[in-house]
Design a binder for this molecule. Sequence first.
Ligand SMILES: [Fe+2]
Length: 402
Amino acid sequence: MADARCPPRRFGLAVIGLLLALPALAATKQARPFHDDDADAPYKVWNSTPAITMPPLLLDVSGTSVVVEWMTDSDADGSVRYGEHGLDHTAVAAHDGLLDVGTFHRVVIAGLEPGHGYQYQVASRRVVAVKPYWPERGNTVQGETLHFTTLDATRGTARFAVITDTHEKVSRIHTMLGEIRKTPEDFVVHLGDTVNWAASEQQFKDVFLSPTAEDLGGSTPLLYVHGNHEYRGPFARQLGPYLHEQGGRYDYARDDGPLHLIAVDTGEDKPDDTNVYAGLNDLRDYRREGLARFGAALSEARTHGAPFTVVLGHQPDWGWTSGDNAKWTQLANQAHVDLFIAGHLHYFKYIKPGEQGNDFPILIVGQDQVAWVEAADTALKVRVTDSNGKLIDAFTLARKTK
Ligand SMILES: [Fe+2]
């Protein structure tokens, strides 16, 4: 272990210990990478600094909050300094009164102002040993200062881009997010199936989190929608902390200018008793709860007040619902949903209103395609392009009377 080879930089309480430590303090004073990590700490501080192995990824932005995620190569805590005009506020990763310690860091920044720009900087201080008393610490690594803007339901326009079904192909992420970063999108939506199945944290980091974080540059937030393939594999049960919205779920609503966005979790694509799941799926009750939550979200005042309500989901037919598929469509019809954007099929498809009992169009974004959505008060414009930027389809929806 690297830490075992590093001499402790500072020693504990005993006077003799302090005397012994003085040369080490002097020798390493200038070598501290960033913070003064409490030079007089009475606990052991090793000259060990974490490295950031995944740069910050902004997730689930709202008008007043955002999630910041990053990774380090060794156990550390996680904090974010942020502010409008300086890094004068701090948010930490903590649960039940204790700072989180690990290599994956997730900090929720709340209490922000809608439509405001913020600067932020992540920091992780090494935790060498979590002992009951005198835990041993190390140095702090800091990321670069980055910027983001919160959503604002009162602004006149909004724009976002959608990708889906990247299925572990990193070049696919780089190609599409590279194009998207050329334009100032409010956020990017990934409609799920980031993996073929979830194998491990390392796999999930390598094939989705890291390339996405790098391409979005810590400034364009990601809204994630749950795909059926993220239900599969030995690491599927551990994906929540990496992907959940702030409330710990996969369904949520967000508002951006004229847009009211409702993200739904369309679950698996086969019944729970399908042999391939060997009795380990329990989607039936989860999807019924999801249906109730969908209805509740659609009945909120914003659904009727916003110029456009757009549903974001992975499977265009709502997935396996134990026979409730028509109820999902019915709720969307009753709420005058303007557009449903889905993926899953891996090819482009546009389902017109009335084709499947739906009063709203269903846009299915293909693999290696980007949907570009621009909303103003009276019109919702959508373009779909392929990985070469070639136009596949474009349409404009006029604001309905609701
Ligand atoms: Fe899928």
